[in-house]
Design a protein around this ligand. Sequence first.
Ligand SMILES: NC(=O)c1ccc[n+]([C@@H]2O[C@H](COP(=O)([O-])OP(=O)(O)OC[C@H]3O[C@@H](n4cnc5c(N)ncnc54)[C@H](O)[C@@H]3O)[C@@H](O)[C@H]2O)c1
Length: 255
Amino acid sequence: MAGRVEGKVALVTGAASGLGKAAARMLAREGARVVVTDRNEAGAKEVAGTMGEAARAYKLDVTQEADWVRVVDDTLATFGRLDVVVNNAGIGVAKDIESISLEEWRVVHAVNLDGVFLGCKHAIRGMRQCGAKGSIINISSVAGLVGVENLPAYCSSKGGVRLLSKSVALHCARKGYGIRCNSVHPTFIETPMVDGLASMMGGMEAGKARLARMIPLGHIGEPDDIAYAVLYLASDESKLMTGSEFVVDGGTTAM
Ligand SMILES: NC(=O)c1ccc[n+]([C@@H]2O[C@H](COP(=O)([O-])OP(=O)(O)OC[C@H]3O[C@@H](n4cnc5c(N)ncnc54)[C@H](O)[C@@H]3O)[C@@H](O)[C@H]2O)c1
């Protein structure tokens, strides 16, 4: 039986760890050739190394436009197409509005919002160049839908990703490109990012228990919970979805 994204070429950012790694592996398992990228080149190579001939690893710092140009051009030269871009790389600084510095604010926005802006721009360029009816998938957060008191820069950048995605979706639809763009909004998922957050909340285990209590379903998610959403948006099964918010949050924002 053919995989759900058979024949597609997918580029994933921040794919050396956590959600990006899980999404890259899921897309490869379902038949895509995957461009595994991260600013951590060794990590990207390690992940791609487990995926055989279907994967290539690249160093891509999402804040650097020259990296985007190089990697998208090389992907087209190597694979002949680009169908899916998952703008996943992201960082957080857990400091409230009175504590966070302007420099920290700017670094978070550079990665989480400028990086997604560049990712959308170069995804459209690459997809149009090869005539792909592509899918751009931007990883936002529940913190792009509701406020969190000690994550002002993270919330601002992830809220920005939500509306940037809608603007990109409408532009591509009105131009008739056949390129779709959606945002994904995970709750807390078991990754190194959440380990960091939990350890600042009274120790790793106690912190994770506190995070779990914020989720009506009562537990933190697994990376594959989000990878399945990415897979659906990457596949033609979601061909009517664009400009939408895919919330995968165990009920967190239903309250
Ligand atoms: N884990 C969660 O609970 C959760 C919840 C909601 C949203 N998210 C979002 O999901 C995405 C992935 O998070 P994660 O939990 O897997 O984090 P993670 O820290 O495990 O992995 C993030 C990856 O991004 C890479 N990265 C960081 N800055 C980069 C840059 N400038 N260019 C390229 N790569 C860069 C890191 O090297 C790392 O490999 C992020 O956008 C995050 O905000 C995570």
